[in-house]
Structure formats: structure tokens, C-alpha cells
Design a protein around this ligand. Sequence first.
Ligand SMILES: Cc1ncc(COP(=O)(O)O)c(C=O)c1O
Length: 429
Amino acid sequence: MADLVRDTLENYSAASNLMHNEKIREMMASGQTIYHFGFGQSPFPIMNKAADRLAKHASESAYLPVAGIEALRVAIRNFHNKYDSISFSADDVIVGPGSKELIFLLMNIFQGDILVISPSWTSYKPQVMLSGHKANVVPTSMEDEWKIRPEKFTQYLKDNNLSGTKLLIMNNPDNPTGTLYTQKELSDLSEVFKREKVIVLSDEIYGRLTFDDSFVSMAKVYPEGTILCSGMSKWASMGGWRVGYHVYPEKLSALKNAVRSAASHTYTTVAAPIQFAVAEVLNDLDTCEAYMRHTCRIMAAAAQYCHKELSEVGVSSVKPKGGFYIFPNFEILRAKLKARGIERCEDMVKSLFDETSVSVMAGGPAFLRPETELTIRLCYVNFDGAKALAASERIGLESSLPENFVQSQCSQLYDGIQVLKQWAKKTLE
Ligand SMILES: Cc1ncc(COP(=O)(O)O)c(C=O)c1O
């Protein structure tokens, strides 16, 4: 029956992170202690009053406008105007059932080459394939903090004969590496993008989850060529509410109209109660602001802890500047692992799990990395977010979190990293 599936999807499989998560959940449900670093879901409860707002709108049952209700699109505009200092019209916004669906529809209607970066989030390349395009994979390196750099990017386009209009999928801050582009880096890249006819889908879904105030939106630096992509799943912990959106610049309104048509023929509109509730959540900027400040500082402490502990045993990584992820390289263990017959990252991760119950995702092909590179994606979100958030709120935003915050309030994360560190040490012996 294999010939029932399109040839180009030969190596295609369901989102590996979601499958991995399902398996681990089953094991945890059966009472096993697992240090689950494999899935990047917000650990925090949703904001105060958000659930009441949803309940209030539960009887909204009509089909709503395809692009989303105006109140929601205006709230999104005001939100980005405040946080990213960018202005656009509510008509430039399309709301969808998660940003993932909107990225997929954009790829479907886009005519031209599509570029993804290595490493990158596990769904971009499968989406390129599903939409019938070929994925052009732009390399980066840990030395470059996993960022694309102007000269190397220009050379890549030249070497691969990519001279037409292109769509580049960029994630900032990045999943899986936690890297964050500076304003200068974005600005230098935008010069290349203008020259080389590159449209950027800037996936900024972690943009409100950065650990200092340095985040700059690509839409600010390169407004005419950037499609801003964001949503409520990460900073607002509403992954299951399924709300994401795109903002299209005037110059790319043809793409916006085609995505809206595709939306009308596929998901139709986002669930009505969700749209009304999210508009109210976003209009309550004081509540959003306090929530972001607490959650960001907790995630910053978690990131700092993971980076420091792993560095202490010689495992190198770029220190995360935002998001839920760190992408350490266990190259230091290569010789010892090889002596045990372990050369592929997938096998290292399996052995780690069997020996310690620490679950992480192997770098490798899922993240567009070589099979033998010993990078892993570790999501530092496996702690009781409600407990940590309550503790941060008790401390208050006027005071900093204490040194031992991760140990005292995020104990599963603390313990799991210690187990991982001991495993690395033992393997090195
Ligand atoms: C980089 C990145 N983009 C997009 C998404 C999808 O988010 P949404 O829930 O808005 O579809 C995720 C979620 O894992 C992600 O990590």
C-alpha cells in the first residue's frame, strides 16, 4: 500500500516531538520517574481571568470572519505596537488555529524557493515537503551561534543558484538553540535580503519570552519584506487554545489574500469563543505585562542553570537568550561512546534514557543536523510552573529571584539536570 502516499513524502513521519511526548506521557502515567526534557510546552498556568473570559464567551457559536474578528486583530496590532514598536493595520493580520497552520498555508500558496535553516524547528521541513516544495537547507554552526551570517548566506544562495524570489523561514528567538539575533545582525542581514529578493517569514513565537530587553522584531528592521508570525501558544501558555497569527506588509498583500483564501477553504476561522476571549486577554496589558515579567525571569533562571551545569562538565552550548530550549553538543563524550559502539546521536540519547530515565530529543535529521553530531535538544520546562509562578509572585517584581530559585521551586528540572550531568561525568571516566 506504500504507493498510496506521494513519492516526495517517502521519508515523512508524524511530528517526532509530539510522538515522543505521547510515549513519555504513557510511561509517566504508569508511575515511572522520567526526567522529561523532550517537549517544549509552557509549564505555566494561563493568566488570571483568561479562563473566566473564555467561559463568558462560550455561547458564541457563529462562524466568524476568516481572518479573525476585528477586535482581536486590533488587540494584536496594539500589542505589537507596544512591545515591538512597529505599526501596521488590523487589516494586515490573519488569525489562525495556531501559527503552524498559517506557516503551512503560506508555503502552499508561495511560488518560489523555500529556505529553512539548519538547525531548525522540527516542523518546518516536513511542512515544506507537504506543500510540494523542495526544502533548501541553509547551514549554520555553533561557532556562529547557529545564526545565518550575511557573507555565508550570500555565498549559499550563489552556490545553489537561488536567484529568484525566495521565502526564508527564520525563528527568533530560536527553537531548538535559544539563540537570539541582535538588532545589528538583523539589520546587516536585511541588506542581503533586499538585494537577494528574500522574503522572511519571521517566526517570533518566543519573542515575548526573552531573558533581557534586547529582542528586536525583524518586522521593525525589514518591514517591507517581513511576514511576522507569532501567537499565544508560548508566552501566554495557551498552546491548546490554538491561536496564532501572521502580519503581512502592504507590499506582500497578494500573499496575505492567497493565505486568507486558503484558510477559507481549510480551517474556515478560529473557534469563536477563543477569539473573543483572546481579544480581551490582549487588551488587559497590565496583566499580560506582569505575567511576562514573572515567567521570563523564571525561564531565564532555568536557562542559566542548565547552561552552567552542562558547561561545568565540558558540554558546550550557546547560552539561551530566550524560549524553552538549549542545544548542547556532547562531542566531548565521542571517544568514550564510540568505545561502547555508540556513534549516532539517536543511540546516545537512547542509551542516556535507558541508563538514567532522562529523556531528550536527539539533534540529528529531525533538526536538520547530521546523524552523528552529538547535539541534543533539551527543553528546560519540566517543572511545576504553577508553583514557580506563585513563588515569583510572592517575591514580587521589585526583588530579584534568589540564587537557589531553580533548586527550591523547579525541583524536577534541578534533579534531572544533575542526573544528566552525572551521566556525562560517568561516561567520561
Ligand atoms: C518555532 C515554533 N514555531 C511555531 C510553533 C507552533 O506554534 P502554534 O501553537 O502557534 O502552532 C512552535 C511550537 O512548538 C514552535 O516551536
